[in-house]
Design a protein around this ligand. Structure first.
Ligand SMILES: [Zn+2]
Length: 74
């Protein structure tokens, strides 16, 4: 069973553990696979901050900066 990563490489020992954990959560959320609500393809990704687009059918939707839903994340 794969152990879930607690931190990402790339930030090193910089910025402190709290910020690194927060960055990791945002990064994982951002890079996680999503399903297009229109064609159910997995090529639904963030095009720009707040803009989510399906790269298969071109469906574009406004959403949050780091997640397609705009739920407040702490
Ligand atoms: Zn689509």
């Amino acid at each position: 069973m794969a152990k879930k990563k607690e931190s990402l490489k790339g930030l090193g020992a910089k910025y402190g553990s709290t910020l690194r954990k927060r960055y990791t959560r945002v990064y994982v959320t951002l890079k996680s696979k999503r399903e297009c609500p229109s064609c159910s393809s997995k090529r639904f990704r963030r095009k720009a901050s707040g803009i989510w687009r399906c790269f298969r059918c071109g469906y574009t939707v406004a959403g949050g900066a780091y997640d397609v839903s705009q739920e407040a994340r702490q």
